[in-house]
Design a protein around this ligand. Structure first.
Ligand code: SAM
Length: 202
């Protein structure tokens, strides 16, 4: 569905029209989970799209931010939104970075489209520091106020949302645990989920 040549215009417009108020809550979900701010941390976002979360990480004072996306056009759009972050065109399954370098690997709304999940997990885990956190998921966020979600769901009925491939979060969690790491699913009905995965020393 997404590839190197995918245009980001449709998603960017849809996100500006409906999802924009959510991104700050995705950051709150992350910091609530890791129990510290992202200030001073080195963050990788996989499937960053037009850069709405890169913008959040930048405002929150992350030390280094790298946004990866398979689509070149998405990354060009992200450049308008976040000047500080470095943008890299790559597939989640083949991340072109050294091992053990990121404190946080974040991804939202992208995992559903990864063609080789096992390779992507291997690749994401490899670049994460020992003790670092992988935070991957989709949906509307767990800390997001109910009235915001309600409004968005009303506006989005009949949109592309129903065409997003489904994934069983528990299967994702088991894949992460199979590495001997800590992993859990954080979720709530009609809000989506996060896989909170902490890489242990290996
Ligand atoms: C629904 S958009 C979400 C964008 C952004 N995370 C957000 O929430 O605003 C999905 C993004 O994942 C990217 N993507 C899909 N498959 C990918 C892959 N295998 N590797 C890297 N990025 C991928 C797409 O190009 C797209 O930008």
């Amino acid at each position: 569905m997404y590839n190197k040549n995918t245009s980001g215009e449709h998603f960017e417009t849809a996100a500006i029209n409906s999802l924009l108020s959510l991104y700050k809550y995705f950051l709150i979900d992350l910091t609530n989970t890791i129990k510290k701010p992202v200030q001073g941390l080195k963050v990788l976002e996989v499937g960053c799209g037009p850069g709405f979360m890169l913008e959040q990480f930048e405002s929150a004072g992350a030390k280094e931010i790298i946004g990866v996306d398979i689509s070149e056009d998405m990354l060009q759009r992200a450049s308008k939104r976040s000047a500080k972050s470095v943008k890299v065109q790559a597939d989640a399954a083949d991340l072109p970075f050294d091992s053990n370098i990121f404190d946080i690997v974040f991804s939202r709304g992208s995992i559903f489209f990864w063609s080789d999940l096992d390779k992507a997990f291997e690749s994401i885990r490899r670049v994460t520091k020992n003790g670092g956190t992988i935070f991957v998921g989709g949906g509307y966020g767990l800390s997001t106020p109910e009235e915001i979600i309600k409004k968005i769901r009303e506006n989005r009925s009949g949109s592309n949302e129903n065409k997003i491939p489904r994934l069983d979060p528990e299967i994702l969690c088991k894949k992460a645990q199979a590495y001997g790491d800590f992993a859990e699913i954080l979720s709530a009905p009609k809000r989506g989920f996060w896989l909170n995965w902490k890489k242990v020393d290996s």
